[in-house]
Design a protein around this ligand. Structure first.
Ligand SMILES: NC(=O)c1ccc[n+]([C@@H]2O[C@H](COP(=O)([O-])OP(=O)(O)OC[C@H]3O[C@@H](n4cnc5c(N)ncnc54)[C@H](O)[C@@H]3O)[C@@H](O)[C@H]2O)c1
Length: 334
């Protein structure tokens, strides 16, 4: 039976000290989890990401590294469900491909082996729409059977997407050969409270807010017509919980927000919600940064998530961005 009812169960969030992990810890605790273990080496995340949960006696922060089996085995004792988040995304992969390949591949394999050894009932693996690749091949509807495009895209983005494909296949291997149940959720770009600067597409939100705070014009690469598809972090926390609770196993589904947007629409919306500011500045094609391009308008279709785990996004970008801006104004750390 692949379902793990959250109430009364124990969870570990591997790589939990950040954007998705902190929101999911709150979601699981609110749903009555007996314990949530937040496992992280804090190389990128920070304990401040769970400051809002610090007083909850059911939350346990564990400093550990996915490259060390001993850390994982000790942390997974008695755990019912494991959410695997620890990863290098494109920007960190660009800076340190060695570290990224280690954590995103061997780190996932270590976590699955530890989960298997400790009798964990179900794993939820954080994959990404990066499994479809980037560049001119990306256009139209992106569904779970869309192939991987690599031509014309930055190598770090392709390395990142390829490691997520490998992570997914490691999960399938553990389910099919060893009986460890799993669900793969392919997140689109995440945004919301505790936003960081590590996701290339979310920079259109967080760097726009940084610029506006300094009274400077936000920057747009190209002509602003490029498509992006975001998902609010609270919606994803719910998806993670529902993946544990559902009977689904050995399935991969997209988790994207209600609708795609363009970079120009996004920057204008962020500017409006931040209380106004200078008009955006068009800064050429890449301005020396890693940029995740596509071949035209695209939509990351999330209908399969509804049929597999009963999930669909609820928070529109206007609402999610309002929550992020409020959180930043309250003086919280990014
Ligand atoms: N943020 C996005 O836009 C987005 C989009 C699609 C998929 N995802 C995936 O979702 C997951 C979580 O995203 P996030 O934005 O919260 O990520 P993040 O980079 O903020 O968090 C990853 C966490 O893993 C930890 N970590 C890194 N190496 C580790 C190691 N060796 N041992 C233990 N912990 C380690 C980091 O300290 C960090 O807290 C990732 O797997 C990411 O690939 C994120």
């Amino acid at each position: 039976m692949a379902s793990v009812p959250v109430s009364g169960a124990r969870f570990i969030i591997v790589g939990g000290g950040s954007l998705v992990g902190s929101a999911t810890a709150a979601e699981l605790l609110d749903a009555g989890a007996a314990e949530v273990r937040l496992f992280d080496n804090f190389s990128m995340g920070a304990e401040s990401a769970v400051a809002h949960l610090r007083d909850n006696p059911r939350l346990k922060v564990i400093r550990g590294d996915v490259m060390r089996m001993g850390d994982l085995l000790a942390a997974m004792e008695g755990v019912d469900g494991a959410l695997l988040l620890a990863a290098y995304m494109t920007l960190n992969m660009d800076r340190d491909p060695w570290g990224g390949l280690d954590v995103n591949i061997r780190g996932v394999q270590n976590a699955l082996e530890a989960a298997m050894t400790r009798g964990v009932k179900k794993v939820v693996f954080a994959s990404s729409n990066a499994v479809y690749g980037y560049g001119p091949g990306i256009k139209g509807d992106l569904v779970e059977t869309t192939p991987f495009f690599s031509e014309g895209a930055p190598p770090a983005a392709i390395l990142y997407g390829a490691t997520k494909i490998i992570g997914e296949q490691l999960c399938r291997t553990y389910t099919q050969k060893r009986g460890l149940e799993h669900v793969v959720l392919r997140y689109s770009t995440v945004y919301g409270e505790r936003q960081h600067h590590r996701a290339a597409n979310a920079l259109y939100i967080i760097e726009t807010l940084d610029k506006l705070a300094k009274g400077e014009p936000p920057e747009i690469f190209g002509d602003g017509s490029e498509t992006k598809h975001f998902v609010y972090v609270g919606d994803l926390a719910r998806a993670n919980r529902m993946a544990f609770e559902s009977a689904a196993s050995d399935v991969a589904v997209n988790c994207s927000g209600p609708a795609p947007t363009t970079t120009l629409e996004l920057v204008k919306l962020v500017t409006e919600l931040a209380g106004g500011g200078p008009a955006p500045k068009f800064v050429g094609e890449t301005a020396g940064k890693v940029r995740l391009t596509s071949g035209g308008a695209f939509d990351i279709v999330h209908e399969k998530a509804f049929s597999a785990i009963g999930w669909k996004p609820e928070v529109e970008m206007r609402e999610g961005l309002t929550r992020l801006i409020k959180w930043l104004k309250e003086g919280n750390e990014k």
